[in-house]
Design a protein. Sequence first.
Length: 69
Amino acid sequence: MKERITDYKGRLACLYDSETGHIESSYKGYRTSTNLEIGAEFSIQRDDAVTIVTRISKSTFNTIKIKIS
């Protein structure tokens, strides 16, 4: 099941499936997708927001939301 991950402003940053590690992001007509291995990170930057998704284990992930000055 895909989970919505938002940036610090509450905008959709990406969709992530914690079971498979599949992550996808769309912005201004461009679409990026990949499968994360355990321990891998994926970063999304949009305007002044950076969202980092890290796959911790087969079923869990961590997100960090940063505001860039």
